[in-house]
Design a protein around this ligand. Sequence first.
Ligand SMILES: [Zn+2]
Ligand SMILES: [Zn+2]
Length: 342
Amino acid sequence: MKAAIFYGPNQKLRIEEVSEPVPSDNEVVVKVVACGLCHTDLHYIDHGVPTFKKPPLILGHEPAGIVYKVGRGVRNLKEGDRVLIPAVFSCGSCRACRTGRENICDTMVMLGNNIDGGYAENVVVPAKDLAIVPEDIPLSEIAVVADAVSTPFHAVVNRAKVKAGDVISVFGCGGVGINIVQIASIVGAKVIAVDIVDSKLEKAKKLGASITLNANNYDNVAKEIRKLTDGGVDIAFEAIGNPKTLQNAFDTLRRGGTLCVVGYCSQKLEWSFTKVMYYEMQIIGSLGCRPVDYPKIINLVKENKLNIKELISAKFPLDKINEAFDFLRSGEGLRTIIMMSG
Ligand SMILES: [Zn+2]
Ligand SMILES: [Zn+2]
């Protein structure tokens, strides 16, 4: 089969012929139809963030496809099922898994990082966490759901527990942030979206934001938001992973408010905890999504509550994957996907 192989940082991926994967007892082989491109891949390719499995490795953790071969022990899937493949697989037996928090499993396995991923004609994965996709939803849309919608779903619904009438701020309107905007709007919150790219803010408006602010137009965007909201928002989301925007997001909160950290920040930051104690502020993290939530998200797509088409900026065939990454690097668009048949 054909696959795009990652040989190490600062090299182009190489399209090569590799042997077809064979499923063990509890695995299935899925014929990939579409696979989303993600900034996480650029961390490996451009910034030298190490992958758990040493290269050569097939990247790609946002695939969707059709079950093609089924391991002997698999009961929940059959050949021909259309499936969403989660980015991360849980062990099922650690304390986190047994208490319904599989997304922070002790020994989680990430596709295209610990094991070969979806930039290939076929991918072999554990069967237990796959979700079946109805016929009427295109698999290209599901490839977008696999990470860029599921992570925001968990952050908004399970972690920050946004409710109708809440006022929230969202810092960063890229692939993840824009869907925090979208899902929080569906839930019934009033959303204030912040970014420094006007086109992303326009999209945020289209997907439900009541107010959009370009942070470059203000000396202190947090102060502006506190002014607009009569003292601050209930919940602030940070979907960038930058010390300055983390501080800004926190500074938009009212007393007793919650900061939900969704962006990955590797830098250390100075933080005054005075307000945290004195105003009973909360700071919570959010990572990925639980398998039990995927059918709920698929249902939101089916019911046309979630606008997925608006998120897909470009499609490339596997042969053009390096061009696709160049497009991602350009910062244009929201989600780029690889279509295996296209
Ligand atoms: Zn991703
Ligand atoms: Zn586990």
